[in-house]
Design a protein around this ligand. Structure first.
Ligand code: BG6
Length: 505
C-alpha cells in the first residue's frame, strides 16, 4: 500500500507484519468472499503477508482444502494465475461448529500442526469473526475452552480477536458483550471493526486537520456555521433482511459510522498520532454531545422508512420483512457539542437506504464574511465557503471559494479548490479491509473502535431507541419514496434553522 509513485510521500508508515495464522470464521460467507479474501489477496500482492503466514477458513459447511480453495479462487476472478496459486497455497479449511466442541479441538490440532511447518513457531494468531452477531459469544467461548485464546508465556506469540459490529444493541447489551469479551481477552487483544475508519478519505480527516496550518484556526464556532455529514446509499437490504429488521438504520449506520466520522471531524487535536491519544479525544468528544431531548425527540431526530418509488419496492415489500414493520431505514439528526470549540454549532447528520444516490460526505459550511466591499448592502450575495470531504464515491476534497470570474471588473463567483483521489494517477487503492487486516497483525488499534467510545455512543442513542419504542407517536416513522432524498420531515428539521441539506446526487 505504497503511495502512488508520482506523489512524494513524506510520512509513509507501512510495516510488514510478523508471521501470523489468520483464522476466519464465517469463511464461506458474504463478508469473507466480498471483502476479506480480496483484501488478503491485496496484501499478498503487495508483499505484506509474511512468507510463512497461513490462512485457515472455518465454518459449518463441510469443505476439503481443495474445495475451499476453489471457492476462494472464485472470489478472485481477476487475479494473475501465479500470484493466485501462491496465495491459495497458504490456505486450508477446518469445519467448525460452535455446537460441537470437538470441532474446536480439531482446529487446535490443525493450528498446532501449522506451527510446526515453518521455523519461527509458535505463530501469532488472528481470529476474525465474519459471522452473524449471534455467533460471537459461542465462538469466543469455544475458542477459550480449546485454549486457543491463551497467549504463549512471555508474549512470544499473540492472540488477537477481530469482530464486526453490532457491538450490542443498546447500553445494557453493549456492556454485557464487553464484560463477556473481557472475561476471555484483554482489551488490547480485541479489534472492533468499523470499516469506515479505514477508508482513505476518512483517515484523511486527521491529516487534513492536523497536518495543515490553514484549517485549525477556523475549525470552530467562530467561523463554522454548521456541519453536515451524509451517508446516503442507493441500495436496499441486499439480502440482509433478518439482521436489518432487528437492527434498523440507527444501530446499523448512525451509532457507529456516522458518529465515528463526527468524532474525527470535531475532536480536539490529540498530542500524538497514537491509538490511545486518538481514542481518548474521540471519547471526550462523544461525551460532550448534548443528549437528545427525549420529551421532544422529533425536534432533533427524524426517522423514516422507504416506500415504493422509481420502480423499486418499498421496505415492507422486501422479502423477509414483517408487513407492519416499524424498522427505520433513514435517520436524520441535529446534534450540538457542548464544549468551547463547538458551542452553538449544529451538526446535521443523515443516513439512509434506497436514497437517490450513493454518496458519503462531510461538509463544513463556513459563516459569511462579516462585511463585503463587493456588495456592501448585501454580503449574503456572496456564497459562504464550504469545505466538502467526499468519502465516497469519487473521493475528493473540495474547498468552495469566492473568486474573480473571467470577464467584467466585478464578477465574483463560486470556484473550487479541488483534488480528487482518482486524479492522483492509476492507483489500485487498497480496500478498507486490507488496511484493517494489516493493522490487526501489526497490533495497531488506531482504526478500530474502543469499548469506552462504544459505551459513550450507546449512552447517547439508547434513550432515543427507548423513546421510539415506548412513545412511537411522539416520533413518527415517516415514509419516503425509494430513490428520493428522504422524508420531508428531514428537510423540515434543517429548514427550521433556515438551512438546507446538500442535494444527494
Ligand atoms: C455496513 C452496514 O456497516 O456498511 C450496511 O451494515 C451498509 O448496511 C454498509 O450498507 C455500507 O458500507 P459502504 O462501505 O458500502 O459504504
Amino acid at each position: 500500500m505504497n503511495a502512488p509513485a508520482n506523489l512524494s510521500a513524506r510520512f509513509c508508515l507501512e510495516v510488514a507484519p510478523a508471521p501470523c495464522v489468520l483464522v476466519f470464521f464465517g469463511a464461506t460467507g458474504d463478508l469473507a468472499r466480498r471483502k476479506l479474501v480480496p483484501s488478503l489477496y491485496q496484501l499478498e500482492t503487495r508483499g505484506l503477508l509474511h512468507a510463512c503466514s497461513r490462512i485457515v477458513g472455518c465454518g459449518r459447511t463441510p469443505h476439503t482444502d481443495a474445495s475451499f480453495r476453489a471457492l476462494i479462487a472464485e472470489a478472485l476472478p481477476n487475479a494473475a494465475p501465479a500470484a493466485r496459486d501462491a496465495f491459495l497455497g497458504r490456505i486450508s479449511y477446518v469445519r467448525t461448529d460452535d455446537a460441537e466442541p470437538a470441532t474446536f479441538a480439531n482446529l487446535a490440532a490443525h493450528l498446532d500442526t501449522l506451527d510446526l511447518l515453518d521455523t519461527p513457531a509458535p505463530f501469532n494468531r488472528l481470529y476474525f469473526l465474519a459471522t452473524p452477531p449471534v455467533s460471537c459469544q459461542p465462538l469466543v467461548t469455544r475458542l477459550a475452552e480449546a485454549g486457543l485464546l491463551t497467549e504463549t508465556p512471555g508474549g512470544a506469540a499473540w492472540r488477537h480477536l477481530a469482530l464486526e459490529k453490532p457491538f450490542g444493541s443498546d447500553s445494557a447489551s453493549a456492556a454485557a458483550l464487553d464484560a463477556f469479551l473481557h472475561s476471555h481477552l484483554r482489551e488490547d487483544q480485541i479489534f472492533r471493526v468499523d470499516h469506515y475508519l479505514a477508508k482513505d478519505t476518512v483517515q484523511n480527516i486527521l491529516m487534513l486537520r492536523f497536518a495543515n496550518i490553514l484549517f485549525e484556526p477556523v475549525w470552530n464556532a467562530h467561523y463554522i456555521d454548521h456541519v453536515q455529514i451524509t451517508v446516503a446509499e442507493s441500495v436496499g437490504l441486499e439480502g440482509r433482511a433478518g439482521y436489518f429488521e432487528q437492527a434498523g438504520l440507527l444501530r446499523d449506520m448512525f451509532q457507529n459510522h456516522l458518529l465515528e466520522m463526527l468524532a474525527l471531524v470535531a475532536m480536539e487535536p490529540p498530542a500524538t498520532f497514537s491509538a490511545d491519544a486518538i481514542h481518548a479525544e474521540k471519547k471526550k468528544l462523544i461525551q460532550a454531545i448534548r443528549p437528545f431531548p427525549c420529551d421532544a425527540p422529533e425536534t432533533c431526530i427524524v426517522r423514516g422508512q422507504y416506500a415504493a418509488g422509481k420502480g423499486l419496492p418499498g421496505y415492507l415489500d422486501e422479502p423477509g420483512i414483517r408487513p407492519d414493520s416499524q424498522t427505520e431505514t433513514f435517520v436524520a439528526a441535529k446534534l450540538f457539542i457542548d464544549n468551547w470549540r463547538w458551542r452553538g454549532v449544529p451538526f446535521y447528520l443523515r443516513a439512509g437506504k434506497r436514497l437517490a444516490a450513493r454518496e458519503s460526505e462531510i461538509v463544513l459550511a463556513f459563516k459569511p464574511v462579516p462585511h463585503s466591499m463587493f456588495s456592501p448592502d448585501s454580503p449574503s450575495e456572496l456564497t459562504p465557503n464550504t469545505l466538502a470531504l467526499r468519502v465516497q464515491p469519487q473521493e475528493n476534497v473540495n474547498l468552495l471559494l469566492q473568486a474573480k470570474l473571467p470577464g467584467p471588473k466585478l464578477c465574483i463567483g463560486d470556484l473550487p479548490l479541488h483534488f480528487a483521489y482518482a486524479d492522483l494517477g492509476a492507483w489500485d487503492a487498497p480496500d478498507a479491509y486490507a488496511r484493517l487486516l494489516l493493522d490487526v497483525m501489526l497490533h495497531d488499534h488506531t482504526l478500530f473502535v474502543r469499548n469506552d467510545t462504544i459505551a459513550a455512543s450507546w449512552q447517547l442513542f439508547t434513550p432515543v431507541l427507548d423513546a421510539w419504542r415506548d412513545t412511537p407517536g411522539a416520533c413518527p416513522l415517516h415514509t419516503y419514496a425509494a430513490g428520493s432524498e428522504g422524508p420531508s420531515a428531514a428537510s423540515d428539521l434543517i429548514a427550521r434553522d433556515g438551512r438546507a441539506w446538500r442535494p444527494v446526487v
